[in-house]
Design a protein around this ligand. Structure first.
Ligand code: ZN
Length: 738
């Protein structure tokens, strides 16, 4: 019975939308079948494509240019019409403004054979064939004009939408630069001048700008490598960023600054943003996804999530279709095919705004907020700031007439003396997006922090009086929550669920605010599908390690996370519903919970947890991720709650000794990664340093944080053990006294 139900739900899911996380892509159709098909570009009227094809099975051994009529349903290879000569190698075709001619670059005049790529010595390199020149052919393949005849590479030609100019890449200056010319090849003008491979240009829809990708080697070493390769007819496409420039060569701007390869850019029909292919996110190199970014370099968002190659995106002239090349046939991962889809515009309100995140974090983590201690003036200031934002978005209060929910508790002032308590109070801020729905999703983040260490939760000794700004803990989660509230409240969609946006106080004193709110939640919203908690999401590491807690509280979470996770992220799943943050309060009310956390660090609970250390790339990506997860849960409409087991061996054991390290809680599988070392404790005395990977204490081996806890729990005060750490790839033995 269970199997039948799940099979049905999969079929229903595939029937409605093929890849739910690719929200901009609808009615995806595959246009080619087999071989290598790419660089497909629309005719001026949008009814045809011209593309580059290699298909040895069909006898096409060396890139040739073909035309495809888009009115043909389910086209096969025989529907492709050869335009190029069938000899030499060709690349980069584009329709002329009359729709009756195509230009393309070809090597056929330098010989009919397929030119062999120069030796790349195992590196991933692009050949720059000097024989390439740009030709114009009619749709029967007859060459009617040759537009370039200078020695060296001339290719990558495209037409301006107004039909007046051609932009192309040429080696004629000795470097790869972008040029423009008239349609007959006259009036050649150099547009770019910087050292590096400036190429792959496309015009904006108003024909006033060009967008292109460029490798701009900077260091002496990079410059030497670039020049050496170029002299052999090669370029390394490993470091390219997206640029824009006016067609007259003025106003050169770098749009991306992401690292790795950012290429094949194309202007969105509005000319305000740019779609491009990138592997910047990938740790291991080959994973190209389509992204979009505003022309001013802000608001990066991921468009494709399927397969490891998506590139050459182009919008149809009317902006309604997107064509691109992808390897998305799972059993043929090396085949590149051309796809066409209806382009679904993102509601502008649903784009995570860099500016908003930055404003929220810098406001909340400023000294003016005095560290936002529960019940303090700083907390009140922060509550006021959050309330005014919620009011702007038109949200309803959770109870009564105000967003503020006050609570009282006893705070312990001396952590070592349970009798030293004092009556204290705090304020949650809660806004509701009431869609009149049966189901509700709660998204929460605590906004309180340690103030001036009045409640003694700081990890810095003698820090009483110093402002603990708590930028990561948890202005980061608060900013993401404010941004999600804005996105859901101001978009044009009425969601299938209500949203409760809960900003907790009293978290640092023991999850006090969230416990208080959880008490009344079910009486107001009986069907809470999930509570999503974001606490410390501002320190995404280089390897993009994100911990997601609570995953075991519903069997439905696994597939949702898998489908929606940001490209390049390393997700560590912690299945338990009980953890050191506010989701615990809701898990204990039998509500499925998720907890997003980028891990602890040297500045954790110290005055140095400041705004300038926030990784905004990560914060933006996680905010978008949380929205995708929430959307999937809302769409599902029903979530099964399961109690999570505290696995034996993963129970937090009691310790009689401490090592004095700050572990990286993400699971790397090769030992305990140490983020920091506490002065004067066993690890520091033994010579352990930040960056070490602890793999054994004595003969107790350590694979992860749980193994570490296990090993540590076996020790007594006064024990001496040898610590084995991996330092810069080498095993190092150290003597530790506990
Ligand atoms: Zn904290």
């Amino acid at each position: 019975m269970k199997k039948v139900v799940s099979a049905f739900s999969v079929v229903a899911f595939l029937g409605s939308v093929s890849f739910a996380q690719e929200v901009n892509i609808k009615n995806l159709r595959q246009l080619t079948n087999g071989g290598d098909n790419a660089e497909a570009y629309f005719s001026p009227d949008g009814t045809k494509l011209t593309m580059q094809v290699t298909n040895p099975k069909e006898g096409v051994e060396c890139d040739q240019i073909y035309e495809l009529d888009l009115s043909i349903q389910n086209p096969t290879f025989k529907d492709l019409k050869l335009i190029s000569t069938g000899t030499g190698r060709t690349t980069c075709s584009f329709f002329m403004p009359d729709g009756k001619h195509i230009l393309y670059a070809s090597t056929h005049e330098g010989g009919h054979a397929c030119p062999a790529p120069p030796k790349a010595n195992g590196k991933y390199l692009w050949p720059i064939f000097p024989e390439f020149d740009i030709y114009v052919a009619d749709l029967n393949g007859k060459i009617v004009n040759q537009l370039t005849n200078t020695p060296g590479y001339d290719a990558e030609a495209v037409l301006s939408p107004d039909g007046k100019k051609i932009a192309f890449t040429s080696m004629r200056s000795g470097d790869l630069e972008i040029y423009t010319m008239d349609l007959d090849g006259s009036n050649v003008k150099q547009i770019t001048f910087g050292l590096g491979y400036d190429g792959g240009a496309f015009f904006s829809h108003d024909s006033k700008k060009l967008v292109f990708r460029s490798s701009r080697p900077k260091t002496e070493e990079e410059i030497k490598e670039y020049k050496d390769l170029l002299s052999q007819g090669l370029v390394a496409p490993t470091n390219m960023e997206i640029y824009t420039v006016n067609v007259d060569g003025t106003d050169l701007k770098q749009v991306t600054n992401l690292g790795k390869a950012n290429w094949s850019p194309y202007f969105h029909p509005s000319d305000k943003s740019i779609i491009f292919s990138s592997n910047h996110h990938s740790v291991h190199g080959y994973d190209f996804q389509l992204f979009m970014i505003d022309a001013d370099g802000t608001n990066l968002r991921q468009i494709t999530f399927e397969s490891n190659f998506n590139a050459f995106p182009m919008f149809s002239p009317d902006g309604k279709k997107l064509v691109y090349a992808s390897n998305r046939i799972p059993d043929k991962p090396k085949e590149t095919n051309v796809y066409i889809a209806d382009w679904v515009e993102t509601d502008a309100a649903e784009v995570v705004q860099d500016k908003q995140l930055k404003k929220h974090v810098s406001t909340l983590a400023s000294d003016k907020m005095e560290g936002r201690l529960t019940g303090s003036k700083g907390e009140q200031k922060a509550a006021k700031y959050i309330s005014s934002e919620l009011k702007k978005y038109g949200l309803k209060p959770y109870e009564g007439k105000s967003y503020l929910q006050k609570f009282n508790y006893k705070v312990r002032l001396n952590p070592h003396d349970s009798a030293s308590t004092k009556d204290w109070h705090g304020t949650n801020v809660i806004g509701v997006l009431d869609n009149g729905a049966k189901n509700t999703i709660v998204i929460g983040a605590h906004y309180d922090h340690l103030g001036r260490n009045e409640h003694h939760h700081s990890t810095k000794v003698n820090s009483e009086g110093e402002i603990h700004n708590g930028a990561d803990d948890n202005a980061s989660g608060t900013a993401a929550l404010l941004e999600l509230a804005r996105m859901y409240a101001t978009n044009s969609t009425k969601e299938k669920v209500n949203y409760v946006f809960a900003f907790f106080s009293g978290e640092e004193d023991g999850l006090i605010g969230s416990k208080h709110m959880a008490e009344s939640l079910k009486s107001k919203f009986p069907n809470v599908l999930t509570m999503i908690n974001m606490d410390m999401i501002g320190r995404l590491s280089k390897d993009k390690a994100l911990v997601i807690g609570g995953v075991g509280s519903s069997p439905d979470f696994g597939p949702i996370i898998d489908k929606t996770k940001p490209a390049g992220f390393t997700i560590t799943i912690d299945s338990t519903g009980v953890g050191p943050s506010d989701h615990t309060s809701f898990y204990l009310k039998d509500i499925p919970v998720l907890f997003f956390f980028t891990g602890t660090h040297m500045d954790y609970h110290k005055p140095s947890d400041d705004e300038e250390k926030i990784n905004y790339y990560g914060l933006r990506a996680i905010t978008g991720f949380a929205a995708r997860v929430a959307n999937q849960i809302a769409e599902k409409g029903q979530m099964t709650f399961t109690k999570t087991k505290v696995e034996t061996g993963k129970r937090t054991p009691k310790y009689k000794v401490t090592l004095g390290v700050m572990p990286d809680y993400t699971d790397h599988g090769d030992g305990l990664h140490i983020d920091g070392v506490v002065d004067g404790k066993a690890a520091a005395n033994a010579g352990v340093v930040a960056g070490d990977i602890l793999i054994a204490i004595g003969d107790c081996t350590i694979k992860d944080v749980y193994g570490y806890m296990e090993c540590l729990s076996k020790l007594q005060a006064g024990d001496e053990r040898e610590l084995t750490v991996i330092r810069q790839g080498k095993e190092v033995k150290l003597k530790a006294a506990f």
